[in-house]
Design a binder for this molecule. Structure first.
Ligand code: HEM
Length: 293
């Protein structure tokens, strides 16, 4: 589950206090079903950081998410003071913790967006493709997402960028499977990457495999979830990308929306429109429990 909150004016002290209780609230629910691995990640937006912690240095990568406007598609920037990412093998675990948090934050913050994601067959998104295959694993994953000595005061923390995408399923379903595979850059049924010389310049993975000046691949950790409502004909992907340096994710987004080279924007955007976009600093549990230096 993904909850986006805005904090009421005057509630800064109460919210600062509530944040120190997040680990405890999570334990209250998680302990009841330890095998379900309930996790709660809290992200703090740039404006809220300035209100909550005016006397602390700002995490180096924290800033409001900037809109990215391509020729055809736009990565919008939308409000959000807090992001709460709840994760478990069972939705009732997430729901129970969300309910508890809803009660605790009542009167201090408004939940302006709530998305209940679900697992869709073998880790597929609603476009029908396996999503998450090339995520880094183990040490590589930890290195991709964990702030280190480059910002020692916040070591152990991370950054997260989220976007709630809605899909034009009729348009997507009208494509042939081969056209869909060209859009992603992988085969649909068995999830195999296309050969480099066969991969179109506007394929999703072509634009999202990026390198630093030394040729090292720059990676993020994605935890995208499908969501939707049949009655409202809403079919979406909640994109969530963790990184120790949010400029990596921003680079990927520029490639997707503007193109690399410019004009070669990501083909999946012709069928996927972001309704939201925001960036948050994710403090370590130690900081959250006790933010005083
Ligand atoms: C790969 C779907 C948005 C970054 C993939 C793959 C799929 C996919 C199916 C291939 C399998 C895999 O390795 O996971 C989607 C959908 C999105 C979306 C449905 C939203 C509508 C984004 C955004 C970013 C991103 C916004 C970055 C800002 C990546 C990266 C890879 C990837 C880095 C792996 C590339 C590689 O190493 O091969 N995505 N994605 N995706 N996506 Fe996305």
């Amino acid at each position: 589950m993904f909850l986006t909150l805005t904090v009421n004016d005057g509630s800064e002290e109460a919210v600062r206090d509530l944040l120190t209780g997040m680990s405890g609230f999570t334990r209250s629910v998680a302990f009841r079903e330890p095998d379900e691995h309930l996790l709660c990640v809290v992200g703090i937006g740039s404006h809220l950081w300035d209100r909550l912690f005016p006397n602390l240095p700002k995490p180096r990568g924290l800033h409001p998410f900037e809109e990215i406007k391509g020729d055809k598609h736009t990565a919008v920037s939308t409000p959000g003071d807090l992001l709460i990412h709840l994760r478990s093998g069972r939705l009732d675990m997430c729901f129970e913790l969300a309910r508890l948090l809803g009660k605790k934050f009542e009167g201090h913050a408004e939940i302006i967006d709530e998305v209940h994601g679900f697992k869709f067959f073998d880790e597929r998104d609603l476009l029908g493709f396996v999503d998450g295959t090339e995520n880094p694993e183990g040490d590589k994953a930890e290195d991709a997402v964990t702030i280190g000595e480059e910002d020692a005061a916040y070591a152990g923390g991370s950054y997260v960028i989220v976007q709630k995408y809605l899909h034009d399923m009729a348009g997507w379903d009208a494509l042939s499977v081969e056209e869909q595979e060209d859009a992603i850059g992988r085969s649909k049924l068995d999830d195999v990457e296309m050969d480099d010389d066969a991969k179109p310049a506007n394929a999703h993975i072509k634009l999202n495999v990026i390198h630093d000046a030394d040729g090292k691949q720059l990676q993020i950790m994605r935890d995208n979830m499908p969501f939707g409502s049949v009655g409202e004909r809403e079919f979406g992907t909640y994109f969530i990308g963790y990184a120790k340096d949010p400029s990596v994710t921003e680079h990927m987004l520029r490639n997707m929306f503007i193109g690399d080279p410019p004009g070669t924007y990501d083909r999946i955007l012709d069928f996927s429109t972001p309704q939201t976009g925001a960036l948050y600093f994710v403090p370590s549990v130690d900081f959250l429990d006790d933010p005083t230096p």
